[in-house]
Ligand binder design. Structure first.
Ligand SMILES: Cc1cc2nc3c(=O)[nH]c(=O)nc-3n(C[C@H](O)[C@H](O)[C@H](O)COP(=O)(O)OP(=O)(O)OC[C@H]3O[C@@H](n4cnc5c(N)ncnc54)[C@H](O)[C@@H]3O)c2cc1C
Length: 268
């Protein structure tokens, strides 16, 4: 479930879905879908299920026919190639949003990251430059959040496997703590997976799963701001983050996870 997260965190979401009476069948390829009475029957791989409604979610692909026919160059990911000014290779033609390739700040290359946050920033840059301005898109980290029943999952930057694929040498540490002081009612468990570069201590990525009211997304945003500014994991403890017992601890989970990462890194 949610392959954009580490499997350990995806499992937490699968368990949450099971708690809400959803049967999860992962890794099953559906090869036929047929009408069955008022609903549908799906088959595949020894699997069969009936449903009132079928929602097919197979990922996002850019729509580029118009641009291609007009002579726009496409990038490796198949989306329209643009520079940081959101200019295509055609004079006076700008492009932004789900149809373009997006500069990834950590990968230092273009990739396909169709997100509303990115589309808004790119659209503003394209619009400003189209009327003679001088704006640049500052790049993305793929920061995103999603709510699944009572949980929120959020991530920014790179996961361990993604960093490794790019030739980096990551260390990932899974840290679990209460979202706020346990003596104050309502504390819930928060899972933070922090990825940093072994050799430099540079922060590369973070993923969090926690209760929907546990400020998961804003905590991932702290990591996103830190990565954007090239911070090292060790520097997270220096940040002056807010604290009050119903919401956090004197060391916020962001900082406790950073300290756990450092302990692991030093013990290796
Ligand atoms: C279900 C869902 C949930 C999402 N949730 C999030 C989220 O939580 N956070 C997040 O950051 N992102 C989210 N996204 C992604 C986000 O919606 C997109 O990245 C964003 O909308 C892209 O903006 P855009 O302007 O490039 O394209 P769009 O918003 O798709 O706008 C393109 C517009 O062009 C119009 N159009 C298409 N063809 C033509 C034509 N030939 N002539 C005229 N008009 C045309 C379309 O009707 C549409 O209005 C979600 C996407 C989906 C599908």
């Amino acid at each position: 479930v949610l392959k954009t997260l580490a499997p350990e965190l995806g499992l937490l979401l699968a368990e949450e879905m099971a708690r809400h009476e959803i049967e999860v069948h992962a890794g099953v390829e559906i090869d036929a879908l047929e009408q069955a009475g008022e609903g549908f029957r799906a088959h595949g791989d020894g699997f069969e299920a009936e449903a009132d409604m079928v929602l097919v979610a197979t990922g996002a692909r850019p729509t580029v026919e118009l641009a291609r026919e007009a002579g726009c160059e496409l990038g490796e990911a198949g989306a329209i190639g643009v520079n940081t000014r959101m200019e295509t290779n055609l004079p006076d033609v700008f492009a932004a949003g789900d149809c373009v390739e997006t500069w990834h700040n950590l990968l230092r290359k273009n990739c396909y990251l169709p997100l509303g946050t990115t589309a808004h920033k790119q659209g503003r840059v394209a619009g400003e430059n189209a009327v003679g301005g001088d704006a640049e898109f500052a790049g993305s980290l793929g920061t995103q959040a999603v709510k699944v029943f009572g949980l929120v999952a959020a991530r920014t930057g790179l996961k361990d496997d993604e960093a490794r694929k790019e030739g980096l040498d990551p260390l990932t540490v899974h840290f679990e703590c209460d979202d706020h002081k346990a003596y104050y009612p309502g504390a819930t468990r928060m899972h933070v997976r922090l990825t940093g570069e072994r050799s430099t201590g540079r922060l590369l990525g973070a993923q969090i799963v926690g209760a929907a009211d546990a400020e998961v997304s804003k905590r991932v945003d702290v990591f996103a701001a830190a990565i954007h500014h090239g911070m090292r994991v060790a520097e997270l403890s220096d940040l002056d983050l807010s604290y009050t017992p119903p919401l956090s601890s004197p060391w916020d989970p962001v900082q406790m996870a950073a300290q756990a990462w450092l302990r692991t890194a030093r013990s290796l």
